[in-house]
Design a protein around this ligand. Structure first.
Ligand SMILES: [Zn+2]
Length: 138
């Protein structure tokens, strides 16, 4: 994908997400990522609240972050530690991507979904409208 169309796509995704947040009153609040640096490491202080909030496994969420940030990660209690200095913005951005790709139902925009893995593919099962859609790379 070319850089421009990629950026455009991301802007569109962010637009959709902000619309979703405004539209629904029962929408779950996605807290901002709290991160800080020590040396050449980034500590993601409130890491563990996201898998709980989004009802996804820690492993899956961690793997996604690690892949998107192109670095290795490890767990430290409720925190996650990433190699290299990553900006807080990049975490918020990746969070939104994760929600878009692996949480939100594309049919009705509900967050009440579960994630299934069939062979190597992920599917989002919507508990609100019953839709089953493929997850990832949206
Ligand atoms: Zn749905």
């Amino acid at each position: 994908m070319k850089d421009d169309s990629y950026k455009e796509l991301l802007t569109r995704i962010e637009d959709q997400l902000s619309k979703v947040e405004v539209k629904k009153t029962d929408r779950i609040e996605i807290p901002k990522a709290e991160t800080f640096w020590i040396g050449q490491k980034t500590f993601f202080r409130n890491f563990s609240i996201y898998p709980k909030l989004l009802r996804r496994t820690t492993e899956h969420f961690m793997m996604f972050l690690s892949k998107e940030l192109a670095t290795s990660a490890s767990l430290d209690g409720d925190r996650a530690i990433f190699i290299g200095r990553k900006t807080p913005d990049s975490f918020d951005f990746i969070l939104k991507r994760y929600i878009r790709q692996y949480v939100v139902c594309t049919v009705c925009d509900s967050y009440d979904t579960s994630l299934d893995k069939v062979k190597r593919l992920y599917f989002i099962n919507c508990e609100a409208c019953g839709a089953k859609t493929t997850a990832g790379s949206r």
